[in-house]
Design a protein around this ligand. Structure first.
Ligand code: HEC
Length: 201
């Protein structure tokens, strides 16, 4: 049980988990019975939650600091740095990935290349005037933060697993969940950090 492993006595709300378990199981049974996998959109993606997802559902609003710390530490520990130690790919490819909203849907082919859909939530390049604002503007990201090792690794970790720094973030965990490949992550890194990228003009 999550509560037991966190130390049930210290976390408010844990006592209710056992009582809820039957309802959760019934809901999961319904999902498994009535949902059907189609292409890369599998029932498992709905029915199986990892520990971070379980804790985020368990504490949808106010999260005890120890829960936040536990999620962020575990997510950060699971980040894989680029194998060759190089963080920046090609910003031109990164822009295409940021624009691409396809991937992991029932209408996509299994194994198709996914996009990052970054503009759905962020302003990035000034040229793109259609963007969402769930996330902060990333325009001039590299110009404002520079290219230090600390910035490179923070940004990589953030893209790889947004919850490493922000438990229960709305931002997809691109590397962690295999949405973007290592090469794609490098290209998106370059979009944000390469001084020649239009983001930093
Ligand atoms: C569904 C919405 C969503 C999508 C899609 C999304 N993000 Fe985010 N992103 C957020 C939110 C919300 C935050 C702020 C909260 C947080 O830090 O997790 C954020 C934060 C960030 C940050 C940290 C900003 C800072 O000031 O430290 C970076 C960098 C970032 N996103 C890059 C990206 C990139 C690149 C993509 C595409 C590969 C992307 N995001 C896709 C929602 C999203």
């Amino acid at each position: 049980m999550i509560c037991a492993s966190l130390g049930a006595a210290t976390i408010a709300g844990c006592a209710t988990v056992a009582a809820d378990t039957d309802y959760r199981q019934a809901a999961l049974d319904m999902i498994r019975q009535d949902f059907h996998s189609a292409g890369p959109a599998t029932v498992e993606r709905v029915a199986v939650r990892d520990e971070a997802q379980q804790l985020c559902s368990q504490y949808p609003k106010e999260r005890p600091p120890e829960v936040v710390a536990r999620i962020e530490a575990a997510q950060l520990a699971a980040v894989k740095a680029p194998a060759d130690g190089k963080y920046l790919g090609a910003w031109q490819e990164g822009e295409k990935i940021a624009q691409n909203g396809r991937g992991m849907q029932s209408s996509d082919a299994v194994g198709a290349v996914n996009g990052g859909n970054c503009y759905a939530c962020h302003q990035i390049s000034k040229k793109e005037i259609s963007f969402g604002n769930i996330g902060p503007s990333l325009y001039q990201y590299g110009k404002l933060r520079g290219n230090s090792d600390a910035t490179l690794s923070y940004t990589w970790n953030k893209l790889y697993n947004a919850q490493a720094y922000s438990a229960c973030s709305n931002m997809p965990r691109f590397g962690h969940n295999g949405i973007l490949t290592e090469a794609q992550l490098k290209d998106v890194m370059a979009l944000l950090l390469d001084p020649k990228s239009p983001v930093n003009e």
